[in-house]
Design a protein around this ligand. Structure first.
Ligand SMILES: [Zn+2]
Ligand SMILES: [Zn+2]
Length: 348
């Protein structure tokens, strides 16, 4: 089969590899029909994080079950499924608490199960990991594209909103206008926030944030305001009680805590990077700002978010601004790297 292989900085190639096989009774083999390139895939791509070379890449698979092991009960061949960015058993202490990212039997994609940017992937612990899409929607392309972000970014944006404590009628701030930040806006609106201030560095992405429900936008970076947090404090008369940090960079965390109202909460989901000497706790200390969140257990949210996607009230698919075939995945990486595309959908 064909699969994307990471060979080093700005070097992703599609090559022939062995097709994965059922290895354990709980495994399922999935023929991937839709997958995506993630902002986190760009770090190794840009040489900003270490990754083995060569190695399989991708962690957002959706497809058709091809074959299942003897113990698999929840899916059968022919079912349309997707999987979150980590494997989880669904049965351990942490899975039962909705913290699937800490599953004691957990694993990532890549390595020997395949990486999700390829024609097939082996899903370990299929009963815990895979989310089945009802047959009625199994070939509805619009529904599938709207569900694909539940593999990662939509669940992650939702985790930011939940961690920040967003409830109906609240004012909140979303820091970041990448795919996760935009999904954070959708999540905050879905939870009933009445005012959503989106902070980003790209005017076109902030336009999409408005389409997704942002009531105010703050453009920072080149050509924008110098102090994003100050602008948010002006707009909100002293900051918001709920701030979603959806980037992970040190500057974004600074903006987030600066935009929080005294006593407020920052829900953070951006993978921390560039923190240098570590996170400065004094801004949190001085105003009793709570820091909550971490890596998003998207499997815990998949069923409720999928219900809204299939019900037509939640549609994150506009974040996919470009679609490529697997053969052209290098072009997809280039477009995301150069910020031509917010997020790229890949069709093996
Ligand atoms: Zn991802
Ligand atoms: Zn588990």
């Amino acid at each position: 089969m064909r699969a994307a292989i990471y060979h080093g900085e700005r070097d992703v190639r599609v090559e022939d590899v062995d097709r994965p096989e059922i290895e354990h009774p709980g495994d399922a083999l999935v023929r991937v029909t839709h997958t995506a390139i993630c902002g986190s895939d760009l770090w190794p791509y840009r040489g900003q994080s270490d990754r083995d070379t060569p190695s399989r890449i991708g962690h957002e698979p959706m497809g058709i079950v091809e074959e299942v092991g003897d113990d698999v009960r929840s899916v059968q061949p022919g079912d349309r499924v997707f999987a979150p960015f980590v494997v989880s058993c669904g049965e351990c202490e942490f899975c039962r608490r909705g913290l699937h990212t800490s599953c004691v039997n957990g694993d990532g994609w890549g390595g020997d199960n395949g990486g999700a940017q390829g024609e097939y992937v082996r899903a370990p612990h299929a009963d815990g990991t895979l989310v089945r899409i009802p047959d009625r929607y199994a070939d509805d392309e619009d529904a599938l594209q709207a569900a694909l972000p539940l593999t990662d970014v939509m669940g992650t944006g939702h985790h930011a909103a939940v961690s920040a404590g967003v409830e109906a009628g609240d004012t909140c701030v979303v820091v970041g206008d990448g795919a996760v930040g935009l999904c954070g806006v959708l999540a905050a609106r879905r939870l009933g926030a009445s005012r959503i201030v989106a902070v980003g560095h790209h005017a076109d992405r902030l336009d999409l944030a408005e389409e997704f429900g942002a009531t105010d936008t703050v453009l920072g970076g080149e050509g924008g305001v110098d102090d994003e947090a100050e602008r948010v404090r002006e707009l909100t008369h002293g900051g918001a009680e709920h701030v979603l940090e959806c980037v992970g960079a040190a500057g974004a965390m600074e903006t987030a805590v600066g935009a929080a109202r005294p006593g407020g909460t920052v829900g953070y989901v951006g993978v921390p990077h560039g923190m240098g000497d570590g996170l400065d706790l004094f801004p949190f200390f001085g105003d009793n700002v709570t820091l909550s969140g971490g890596v998003a257990p998207v499997r815990a949210y998949a069923d409720e978010l999928l219900a809204d996607v299939l019900g037509g009230t939640l549609d994150p698919s506009p974040i996919f601004t470009k679609t490529v075939s697997l053969a052209d995945i290098a072009e997809g990486y280039r477009a995301m790297d150069e910020r031509e595309a917010i997020k790229v959908l890949v069709e093996p």
